[in-house]
Design a protein. Structure first.
Length: 111
């Protein structure tokens, strides 16, 4: 039985403005140019602060890859909102990784 495709989540980090705009714009452009299905959110920090119910649906996806910020911070945001991420969630850091590294990891077909 094959593994279902990963659920891809892209955070625009719209309010903190700590992610280099070149990296986040390039990642979004590459995702849009691909055939991959992905979800984008304006800001995970804001969603966690407001305990947005969409976070629960995101955390329940299973095979999840997130392009956002520091993995520890992203996990903390979900925990703060009362919906811890599964251990196998892959979090890509747009603050420290290149757009190429992030898009390669997001769009790979193997688990």
């Amino acid at each position: 039985m094959s593994t279902p495709p990963a659920t891809l989540l892209y955070c625009r980090c719209a309010y903190a403005q700590v992610v280099p705009s070149g990296v986040k714009n390039e990642v979004l452009q590459q995702l849009c140019a691909s055939d991959a299905s992905f979800e984008t959110v304006a800001d995970l920090c804001e969603m966690a602060a407001h305990r947005d119910p969409r976070l629960q649906a995101i955390a329940a996806c299973g095979n999840l890859r997130i392009a956002a910020c520091y993995p520890r911070a992203v996990r903390g945001l979900f925990e703060q909102a009362g919906v811890p991420l599964p251990e196998n969630t892959e979090i890509l850091n747009m603050r420290t990784q290149t757009a190429a590294e992030i898009t390669t990891a997001l769009l790979r077909t193997e688990p």
